[in-house]
Every structure is written in C-alpha cells, then in structure tokens.
Design a protein. Structure first.
Length: 125
C-alpha cells in the first residue's frame, strides 16, 4: 500500500509558497514542516517536498509526475489557476483527455522546481 510520495526541492520556502495555496485547493493542509521537508495531507502526510539527502540540487525525474484526483472539473480548473498564480507553469491546459477515458478531465503544471503535477477527475461535468 502506498503511504506517501516525496519530490525533491532546492528551496523549501519557495515550495511552501507554491504548495500551501495549491494543496489547499485540493483539500490538503500542511502536516509536516521540518528543516529538510514540508508535507501535506488531510490527516497524515501523503505528499512532501524534500531537500535531497545527498546535499545536491534537486532534479526532476524524467517521466515522473504526481496526480491528484478531485471530485469535479471546477476543482481541476481551480487547481490550475492556483498553481499558475503561485509561480507554477502550465504543462497542459485543463481539458478532456479522451485517449484515457471519455470523462478524463485534467490539468498539468510544473512547480517552481520543475516537478510535474497533475490534477484530474472522471466527473462528467
């Protein structure tokens, strides 16, 4: 069973500034805040950003992305707007992705470290 997902960051203050409002839109709050990591969840930490343990700069995994499922297309749109307003960049406008499912509605962003984040719903509207 999956417990949590962690991505690298080179700047925790910048990660907090980006993820606090974005995770709030998803119904998650900050559940962990220590010198080397910040995490989010609804109770326990399910997603975190960590300074790499080897002391090197964080790097983005080629082909890696994290997807959060939400209940509505409105929530996907709100996530996308919050991410861009918080310093993220677009990696795919909100919209249908019928190659996955007729109702697969998603948006893709990159956080300030370049990590790829998706939010999606299968809601019909």
């Amino acid at each position: 069973m999956l417990h949590h997902v962690s991505l690298g960051t080179s700047d925790l203050d910048r990660a907090r500034a980006f993820y606090d409002p974005v995770m709030n839109v998803l119904g998650l709050r900050r559940t962990l805040d220590v010198e080397e990591a910040v995490g989010y969840g609804a109770g326990i930490t399910v997603f975190s950003l960590n300074i790499p343990a080897d002391g090197e700069q964080a790097s983005v995994g080629n082909g890696v992305h994290v997807a959060f499922e939400v209940e509505s297309r409105v929530a996907v749109d709100a996530f996308y707007r919050a991410a861009l307003a918080s310093g993220g960049t677009s990696n795919g406008l909100p919209g249908l992705r019928p190659e996955y499912d007729a109702n697969y509605y998603a948006a893709f962003v990159c956080d300030p470290d370049g990590n790829k984040i998706e939010t999606l719903t299968f809601a019909a509207s």
